[in-house]
Design a protein around this ligand. Structure first.
Ligand code: MRU
Length: 365
């Protein structure tokens, strides 16, 4: 996607073809800053400190993390240790494990001296495949938006509510939940996006609003508690969110607060779709509430907020009495029964074992 007229992805190989560059998402929306990853440890830190975030981008960063690690040690034991450390960086987004396991499967059988070049090839492929998958998600989601548009009065936009950031910044390019938005706008369909701010880290406010503004797409930011009210008043045509892990049975884990939006959508007859690539499906799990590990993050994220003051200084301020205890589960699980459908790179399917197995027969067995 474009930033100030220049095309960017969220991760790319530096000009030396060895080191890796990312957009430091902790600096957005106030500063657009590129960070350089030189060592495995830099990739791990970028993932845990959320310079990169979003399930597919975490996976891509981990893949390049292995490349950076192999520059120092290419032995099998070292490779397995790198994989273990990377997978531990963030526990919920399954794309991380998926990408690391794919790298290890590709590299372990090779002689040590071939591993580094093969790793860069495979990490590059993971990125290209992610871009292609998200483009396809955009195409399938576009059909959905188009259908809704045809039910509207002439000139009325389709109102789409989204949670967190599942745009291009969360993937290598295009995004998952926002890919249908970008595709619809490119097809000339008027779209307006309701952007949940997404406490505690405010990825909606700082990243989704920034992305949509950069693309010139109409949107409004709202506090997380406002979505249900908008739905009751007929102001939301469709919800589309991303996913960090979807079980083989169709339960969807996504940023904390997604479940409440799905409940409100169900109560108000608003279609609730989840956009995800196949790499986000965890075929080893069925019951998301019981089985998906939910990342618990530092309570400081709840107790403090970061923003820019009137002098342009970025500051973090407390919003609760000193010493207030807080909890910070980073994700929740929306049961499959609340999900209208899954928008994948292979098409749209019901959120169910049969639905997913129909699109991914090779996994369903
Ligand atoms: O904690 P984050 O910012 O990594 O959480 C991101 C999300 O919850 C996204 O919705 C999800 O990863 C899908 S990204 C295409």
């Amino acid at each position: 996607m474009r930033v100030n007229g220049q095309a960017y992805r969220s991760i790319w190989l530096a000009a030396d073809g060895v080191e890796v560059e990312i957009i430091d998402q902790t600096q957005l929306p106030f500063r657009f800053q590129v960070a350089r990853l030189k060592r495995l440890e830099d990739a791990m830190e970028a993932i845990s400190r959320m310079l990169v975030r979003g399930a597919p981008l975490i996976g891509a960063t981990a893949a390049y993390g292995i490349c950076l690690g192999l520059r120092r040690a290419a032995g099998s034991q070292a490779l397995e240790e790198m994989a273990r450390q990377l997978i531990g960086c963030r526990p919920t987004a399954v794309n991380l494990r998926w990408a690391v396991e794919r790298m290890v499967r590709c590299l372990l059988p090779l002689p040590e001296e071939q591993r580094l070049a093969a790793a860069y090839r495979e990490a590059g492929l993971i990125c290209e495949e992610d871009v292609a998958a998200n483009e396809a998600i955009g195409r399938h989601g576009l059909a959905l938006v188009q259908k809704l548009w045809h039910t509207k009065q002439l000139g009325e936009p389709v109102h789409i509510l989204t949670h967190c950031n599942a745009g291009w910044l969360a993937t290598v390019d295009w995004g998952t939940a926002l890919a249908p938005v970008y595709a619809a706008v490119a097809a000339g369909i008027p779209v307006h996006v309701w952007v949940d701010e997404t406490r505690p880290r405010n990825q909606g406010a700082s990243l989704t609003a920034w992305e949509l503004a950069a693309a010139g797409i109409s949107h409004h930011l709202l506090v997380d508690n406002a979505g249900g009210h908008l739905m009751q008043h007929g102001l939301v045509d469709l919800c589309i969110v991303g996913s960090d892990r979807t079980t083989a049975g169709g339960d969807v884990c996504n940023k904390i607060g997604t479940y409440l939006k799905a409940l409100a959508a169900r109560d108000n007859g608003v279609p609730f779709y989840v956009a995800l690539p196949g790499s986000t499906v965890d075929w080893t799990m069925d019951d998301g509430v019981a089985e998906i590990p939910i990342e618990e993050r530092d309570m400081d994220e709840v107790l403090r907020v970061r923003g820019e003051d009137e002098h342009g200084a970025v500051r973090t301020v407390a919003i609760a009495p000193a010493g207030t205890p807080a909890v910070n589960p980073a994700f929740d699980v929306t049961p499959a029964r609340l999900v209208t459908g899954l928008i994948t790179e292979r098409g749209i399917c019901p959120a169910s074992r049969d639905g997913l197995a129909g699109l991914y027969p090779e996994q369903g067995q």
